[in-house]
Write a protein that binds this ligand. Sequence first.
Ligand code: APR
Length: 177
Amino acid sequence: MTVTGSGTCSDKIEVIQGDITALDVDAIVNAANTRLLGGGGVDGAIHRAAGPELLEECRGIGGCPTGEARITRGYRLPARWVIHTVGPVWSGGKRREPELLASCYRSVFQIASEKGIKTLAFPAISTGAYRFPPDHAASIAVQETCAALERYPEIEKVLFVCFDSRCLDAYKKALAG
Ligand code: APR
């Protein structure tokens, strides 16, 4: 199921349902934790698919603060790069969670631009184990991505990859504006 936004910035945005580790894009984004040593969810899936070299490179980075991002190679993944970002844990919305999630997208796009990455795929950061409400997370994702596509016009395609239909509905709604 693919939903493509209408309008300028979202011409470059596509929402799909699937497994982000299977995508042949320049970079996939990982919803990591501050230790950057793997975990469950999409983090676990990416490490399993990339192989042990990914963990080796992550060990050398030495962690990542919430709201920031770090880049590694993709190793056995079809994607050349993995941009690891650490989303906020939802605790009611009064502890800068929205700002920190927005910062994840900004950090990822800044790294993507520096590396000349043209196509990238995001999971629904923070909406799983970190319990961020999907509708709110999706609107932050779309808003920050549209701003980034204005700022970095060289980026050609952004995919939002949803693992389940609840997330897909949230992103469809956010893209429809
Ligand atoms: N492809 C795409 N999306 C996926 C995949 C996958 N293979 N696996 C899970 N997801 C989706 C989940 O359904 C959810 O919508 O990714 C979204 C983010 O969920 P989590 O992976 O739980 O990430 P997050 O909520 O940011 O929590 C991060 O969980 O896995 C640990 O190490 C990770 O501690 C960190 C925390």
